[in-house]
Ligand binder design. Structure first.
Ligand SMILES: NC(=O)C1=CN([C@@H]2O[C@H](COP(=O)(O)OP(=O)(O)OC[C@H]3O[C@@H](n4cnc5c(N)ncnc54)[C@H](OP(=O)(O)O)[C@@H]3O)[C@@H](O)[C@H]2O)C=CC1
Ligand SMILES: CC(C)(CO)C(=O)C(=O)O
Length: 320
């Protein structure tokens, strides 16, 4: 299988660089200064053990790359950017191409499946950052990431097996799972902390907000009857495989990085907003996730610094 990573940012960039270094056939789609730097100097991967440069073919759209039926297009843009990727996929990929969602949230696979039949979901446990054009940082120093995959909406497939094999070649831990969306819903619960982690400084009030957001998340999944793997099973899967202790300075999570880069937008509609949506569909109030979503957007829209809202003030707004 050949790989095209669509969105060579934090996650996509680390995946692309490692696949390339593992000997896989990899091309990337990027844009702006990041694209021009990759074209001129290669994609620079920074890890706790040093730096390497992946000289991969890079373009701003799929038509300028070589994409065939044997390609897997690994979609690694933020969830609110997925629809744009699918316009390009419609124009420039064969019907039997494989699409892989290397994204948080649980809405992307359905968007990919509107356009193509062979969709693979991925649980992305890969701490990474991208704050500088041409550079991606791998946050974990032993296993770079746990990237379990599975056929969407369920089951396994030869394509999912081939994707996992390629990822293992790049040094990732990757298991094929027949119930990948149940695992992705567990990961969604973890990402309910992204908005607070981006908007507020660390502290007990922020922790309280995250706990409340997760309580709401668990309640809406139960009300909706959505299968989700248990926290214990997820903890057991992760174990202590990821070690971020040597790369503490990488900054915050993916939503924090959007604020730090001043992109003007955030992915939270597909994280906290997913809980709000399910709450509205199933009659469960979700004031905490509504508030956190809006708080993150407030900072993104004004290009304010991450961490500049007070978690104590947000808790007060909730009038608990
Ligand atoms: N960062 C992390 O540690 C983790 C992230 N995730 C998830 O992985 C997914 C990707 O996040 P992350 O890697 O952080 O995001 P990034 O913003 O770092 O990377 C996405 C990249 O895609 C580019 N892009 C977006 N749309 C297009 C387009 N149409 N054409 C070309 N390039 C495009 C972006 O460019 P531009 O900057 O110009 O928008 C950016 O370079 C998200 O779902 C996130 O939640 C999961 C686990 C960990
Ligand atoms: C788990 C975490 C926080 C890893 O960086 C993540 O998924 C993200 O940054 O979105």
């Amino acid at each position: 299988m050949r790989f095209v990573v669509y969105g060579a940012g934090a996650v996509g960039g680390v995946i692309a660089a490692r696949l390339h270094l593992g000997g896989e056939d990899v091309q990337v789609v990027a844009r702006g200064e990041h694209l021009s730097t990759i074209r001129e100097d290669g994609l620079r991967l920074v890890t706790a053990d040093g730096e390497s440069v992946a000289r991969v073919p890079a373009a701003g759209r799929l038509a300028d790359l070589d994409v065939g039926s044997d390609s897997a297009v690994v979609v690694a843009v933020k969830s609110h950017q997925t629809a744009g990727v699918m316009h390009d996929v419609a124009r420039s990929t064969p019907p039997d191409v494989t699409l892989v969602s290397a994204q948080n949230g649980v809405a992307n696979e359905a968007v990919l499946a509107r356009g193509r039949a062979h969709v693979v979901g991925m649980v992305v446990m890969l701490p990474a950052s991208h704050l500088e054009p041409g550079v991606v940082v791998q946050g974990s120093s032993n296993v770079p990431g746990l990237l379990d995959v599975g056929r969407y909406p369920g089951g396994t497939s030869e394509r999912a097996e081939a994707v996992a094999a390629g990822l293992r070649g790049g040094g990732f831990d990757s298991v094929v799972r027949p119930d990948i969306m149940a695992w992705k819903h567990r990961k969604l619960m973890m990402n309910l902390g992204n908005a607070a982690g981006a908007a507020c400084a660390p502290g007990p009030e922020r922790d309280r907000l995250v706990d409340l957001a997760v309580e709401e998340g668990e309640a809406v999944l139960a009300a909706a009857g959505i299968p989700v793997v248990s926290r214990a099973r997820d903890d057991e899967r992760r174990g202590d495989l990821l070690d971020t202790s040597r790369m503490r300075e990488r900054g915050g999570g993916s939503t924090w990085q959007s604020l730090r880069r001043g992109t003007g937008d955030v992915e939270v509609d597909y994280l906290n907003g997913e809980v709000s949506l399910l709450g509205r569909l199933h009659g469960v109030p979700t004031p905490v996730n509504d508030l956190l979503r809006d708080a993150a957007w407030r900072l993104a829209a004004t290009r304010a610094e991450p961490g500049s809202l007070s978690a104590a003030d947000l808790l007060e707004e909730l009038e608990l």
